[in-house]
Design a protein. Structure first.
Length: 240
């Protein structure tokens, strides 16, 4: 029960804050010998989807109509790359070296946003590049929120719109991953699964609110230092 709750809390914090949820789940499972099955990983992403719908329900109705073409374009880019490189990307999920390097990369792109405060609207080129960033973030250690929001900011997009587009774009990606990964899995839900999901949803909602405030205050780059330190420590642990 405690392991399920711990992974739920880790997912809830790191799914939104730009430090890579997949990377931290790999770290916790490898370092503490926690062996959650693939179903539980998928189950936690269902919690992610619940938080997104609850947090962005107004934007899903209003902004999604305006950005529907951009969301489709970005999702197609992400889906195509994810399917083509599926086997390679999946092999990274047991490799702490990849996680460490991914965290360092995340720290670099977060740091680059330090002096950016965009003003303009989203366009088709932006949706392609942000979709590409989301695909790269399939690699554990590369933060999805960090990569997509940073790409938007570096493209001079308004910070609140970059934030909202990043997470609206994640909805079809999460749905696609749930359907694809879950197609051959038997869904046996236990009390541990339910408690872990609740932990993920509650902590995740609070984390998402914190991230929104951080982006508005242009402090996203603060997370780069954590990513660099964590990445270096993980690489050192791998080789000690």
């Amino acid at each position: 029960m405690l392991e399920y709750i711990l992974l739920g809390i880790v997912q809830g914090i790191t799914e939104w804050l730009p430090v890579s949820s997949s990377g931290h789940l790999v770290i916790f499972q490898e370092l503490f010998n926690i062996k959650a099955d693939l179903f539980y990983d998928i189950w936690l992403h269902l919690g992610t989807l619940i938080v997104l719908v609850f947090f962005f329900y107004k934007d899903i109705i209003n902004i999604s109509r305006k950005w529907i073409l951009y969301i489709i374009i970005g999702s197609l880019i992400t889906g195509a790359i994810g399917l083509v490189f599926y086997d390679i990307l999946k092999s990274f999920f047991s490799n702490l070296l990849v996680v460490g390097l991914g965290l360092i990369f995340t720290g670099i792109i977060l740091f680059l946003t330090k002096n950016y405060n965009g003003k303009r609207e989203l366009n088709k080129i932006d949706s392609i590049l942000i979709g590409l960033s989301q695909a790269i973030a399939i690699i554990p250690g590369v933060s999805r929120s960090g990569a997509t929001i940073s790409t938007g900011l570096l493209r001079d997009i308004n910070k609140e719109k970059a934030f909202k587009f990043s997470f609206l774009l994640s909805i079809p990606a999460i749905l696609g991953a749930l359907l694809y990964e879950g197609r051959n899995i038997s869904f046996n839900i236990s009390i541990e699964h339910i408690v872990g999901l609740l932990a993920s949803v509650i902590v995740g909602y609070l984390s998402l609110k914190i991230l929104f405030k951080i982006v508005r205050k242009r402090k996203l780059h603060y997370f780069s230092y954590y990513c660099w330190i964590a990445g270096i420590i993980i690489i050192l642990i791998q080789y000690i």
